[in-house]
Design a binder for this molecule. Structure first.
Ligand SMILES: NC(=O)c1ccc[n+]([C@@H]2O[C@H](COP(=O)([O-])OP(=O)(O)OC[C@H]3O[C@@H](n4cnc5c(N)ncnc54)[C@H](OP(=O)(O)O)[C@@H]3O)[C@@H](O)[C@H]2O)c1
Length: 258
């Protein structure tokens, strides 16, 4: 009987994680690297990614840092090129970086904001997936993991455009899974609930609002970034070999609350 524990091993795999200089992305990168993957730390700031690489490599993890603003075509291409040059292939892509520039009623949002959100949260993951596709195909398979949000499934408050973009990312993932299954490439989407990062600070720094949210959650608390990493490691590894086109919530029960 083959070892189930060993099926989580990511030794020899190469993973790109966008937006991994902090927050959820950094935890995901740590998790993948601890399971043996060579990881590419990426964000808009070379200085920030270099710091994470230093932290990881000092612990014996395998990591390089490549700055990439995912909204910029030349930087996306550079990220993929550099990864391949350094590690000789790509097996895992985690589309984690995203933006939410506004908390506003939907009728108040500017058209330019709509375009920006869609560019970063939907178009960039689509193009990055396409750019990694030939490399995954060459390897005989791969895993794309998209970080959406419970907002993809259930509308919140003042997050209309963000919510819409994450719903689009969810459907993009299902289509990738359907079309690329023939190449051995799997695609899955994770929907985090409220996680304590800079991104969500406006929510959890508002004590009254936080109390209200936590009161409705079955786990009675917000999540921490490192609580997102295990699911990604499963989906990236052979332990998740039969999982594709799936939508997995990591939300403290938000989707069953109320
Ligand atoms: N936190 C939550 O409650 C929550 C809930 C549901 C879903 N999510 C999702 O989880 C993901 C990660 O969010 P987080 O909470 O971990 O955010 P975070 O702590 O603010 O980290 C965001 C990361 O993305 C990078 N980044 C931002 N814009 C970028 C761009 N245009 N190109 C490349 N990198 C960029 C940031 O670094 P630089 O500033 O150096 O670029 C940073 O490394 C997002 O997809 C978000 O929608 C978060």
């Amino acid at each position: 009987m083959s070892s189930i524990k060993e099926s989580f091993d990511l030794e020899g795999k190469v993973a790109i994680i966008t937006g991994s200089s902090k927050g959820i992305g950094k935890s995901i990168a740590q998790g993948l690297a601890e399971f043996g993957a060579s990881v590419v730390i990426s964000s808009r700031s070379q200085e920030s990614v270099d710091k994470v690489v230093e932290e990881f490599t000092s612990k014996g993890l395998k990591a390089i840092g490549v700055a990439c603003h995912i909204g910029k075509a030349d930087q996306r291409e550079f990220l993929i090129k550099k990864t391949n040059e350094h590690f000789g292939g790509i097996d895992v892509l985690v589309n984690n970086a995203a933006i939410n520039p506004v908390y506003a009623p939907i009728e108040k949002a500017e058209e330019a904001v709509f375009d920006k959100i869609m560019d970063i949260n939907v178009k960039a993951p689509w193009i990055l997936s396409n750019l990694t596709w030939p490399f995954m195909q060459q390897r005989g398979g791969g895993s794309v993991i998209n970080i959406a949000s419970v907002e993809a499934l259930h509308p919140g408050e003042g997050l209309g455009l963000y919510s819409t973009s994450k719903a689009a990312l969810l459907m993009l993932t299902k289509n990738l899974a359907k079309e690329w299954g023939q190449y051995g490439i799997r695609a899955n989407v994770i929907c985090p609930g409220l996680i304590k990062t800079k991104f969500s600070a406006a929510l959890w720094q508002n004590e009254k609002l936080l109390q209200k949210i936590e009161k409705t959650l079955p786990v009675s608390r917000m999540g921490m970034p490192n609580e997102m990493a295990g699911l990604v490691c499963l989906l990236a590894s052979d332990a998740g070999a039969y999982m594709t086109g799936g939508v997995y919530n990591a939300d403290g029960g938000y989707m069953i609350a109320g």
